[in-house]
Design a protein around this ligand. Sequence first.
Ligand SMILES: [Mg+2]
Length: 201
Amino acid sequence: MIKNIIFDLGNVLLKFKPNEFLLRFTDDKEYIDQFISKVTRSKTWLELDRGTNSVENARTIFLSEYPDEKEIIELFFDQWMDMLTPIEENVKILEEVKELGYRTYILSNYIIEAFSYVSSKYNFLSLFDGQIISGVEKVIKPEKAIYELLLSRYNLAPEESLFIDDVLFFLKPAKKLGMKTIWNRPETDLREELKKLDIFP
Ligand SMILES: [Mg+2]
């Protein structure tokens, strides 16, 4: 029986669509794709997720690596946290499962500065019974240690725990440890998936 429901943040409870966001800078989608993968798949960005670098420092690094793209880098770093807005239908689901008596947790690769920002802005982030944020813990998904940290810190039995993430390969370690999982793709009806697991009537 599931007692614990664990949520990823990005693209489960909070939007993270940098490509859409940068359409305010240019309508050249190909350029945006290149820019975003260059930034978010870089070692520097991974260090932000892992909490071993600061956002300000990362901005300086990107500016020195790509001086010709100063304008888009400045825009991105000045405004990117604005795009981290709640996915309302899933926030509602969170509130409902909480009311049904499930314990709720966050397991997320999230940059510390961004987490502080969204925590001060959105009240639903105070609803959780516990949270493992990569930038705070200095360990990231899909490293096994971050899943084990969640289970041990909050004393969760994996077979009583359900993990929801939009990235398939972040679910694999959870599954291996015995947790149930839901892959939350853009087309997923999360409420339907939770019904299948008898969490909603
Ligand atoms: Mg995510």
